[in-house]
Ligand binder design. Structure first.
Ligand code: XMP
Length: 318
């Protein structure tokens, strides 16, 4: 029968054979998919793999560095950590349209990645953590009449890069990728990490992305993550995060009146992100998230909980 152990074994042998004496580049994002791809390839071809991590300045607190540190500590792999946040934020200045944000982030990512990959002239392949639902969604999303959201982590490679794609996970669903992750010995904090969109926090700040808004959202999101983890809910849900609505409402703090932003909490159950339902979190947990956010995060004086399902809403707000 088909087991994860045999999938991994077969896949490693196939990767080794396919790559031969050539080299491979991969984009590491900090998520489970790209980490599994990197570790599988590392096991198959060792130092012939080069991993490029582009820090776009739109990551959560600690996202990325943690995974990079883990990989550096446990595997002897080529890992290049590129800090490019200024470039991304400069290009995003003044941009409010969600699809424009995605386009800018997608093209800037490719530009930065390509510049790094150009330093590796022996690379013939590009490895990506594309999953089965990404293949399906991008096909339907990219139809001429029905572009809902452009997912920049699928396709979009410039022709002239001449790299051939390797997508070892393209037949798997997320739960299967997690089983592969466990099979190859990755730790829980990577296996159970929630999906995080390529455009990152930029699509969780409605309207313009600024350094100040990113800071507020990072601190808010950290509380949501922390409360989900501490209550045992983190692993039970598909995704949980905060969204910043730069919409000011009135509050009171001590003797004073406040006029600050709204933060939304979005937590959903799903199998593959194609459909999703909002998670019925206990009210005490919501209360504790809300109290902590309003008390600890300067710039937020109101918290709302999103009770919309997909469809007709989407998981992300932009
Ligand atoms: P939506 O909001 O379309 O999200 O219901 C479905 C899943 O996809 C993630 N998502 C993205 N991932 N680039 C990505 O890499 C994107 O532009 C993007 N937009 C949404 C979202 O987090 C959810 O898991």
């Amino acid at each position: 029968g088909w087991t994860m152990a045999s999938f991994v074994e077969t896949e490693l042998a196939a990767l080794k054979k396919q790559v031969g004496d050539d080299e491979v580049v991969c984009a590491l994002s900090g998520g489970v998919d790209s980490t599994v791809v990197a570790v599988m390839l590392h096991k198959a071809i060792g130092k012939k793999l080069h991993c490029i991590f582009v820090d776009n300045g739109l990551l959560r607190l600690g996202e990325g560095e943690e995974v990079a540190a883990y990989l550096r500590e446990h595997f002897d792999l080529n890992l290049y950590y590129i800090k490019a946040s200024k470039l991304f934020l400069d290009r995003l200045a003044g941009v409010t349209d969600p699809e424009k944000k995605r386009k800018i982030i997608g093209t800037t990512f490719i530009e930065v990645f390509e510049a790094e990959a150009a330093k590796l002239p022996k690379a013939k392949y590009l490895a990506q953590g594309t999953l089965y639902p990404d293949v399906i969604e991008s096909e339907s999303f990219r139809g001429p009449s029905a572009v809902i959201k452009s997912h920049h982590n699928v396709g979009g490679l410039p022709e002239h890069m001449k790299l051939q794609l390797i997508e070892p996970l393209r037949e798997l669903f997320k739960d299967e990728v997690r089983k592969v992750a466990a099979e190859i010995g990755l730790p829980d904090f990577i296996i159970w990490r929630h999906p995080f969109p390529g455009p990152g926090l930029a699509i969780r700040i409605i309207g313009e992305v600024t350094e100040e808004r990113l800071e507020i959202l990072r601190r808010t999101d950290k509380i949501v993550q922390g409360e989900l983890a501490a209550s045992g809910w983190y692993r039970k849900v598909w995704q949980g995060f905060a969204v910043l609505l730069p919409l000011k409402t009135v509050g009171v703090m001590g003797d004073g009146r406040t006029y600050e932003n709204v933060a939304a909490i979005r937590v959903v159950d799903s199998l593959d992100a194609m459909t999703a339902d909002w998670t019925r979190l206990p009210s005490e947990l919501l209360a504790s998230m809300s109290n902590r956010i309003i008390n600890e995060v300067k710039g937020v004086n109101r918290v709302v909980f999103d009770v919309s399902s997909k469809p007709p809403s989407t998981i992300e707000w932009e």
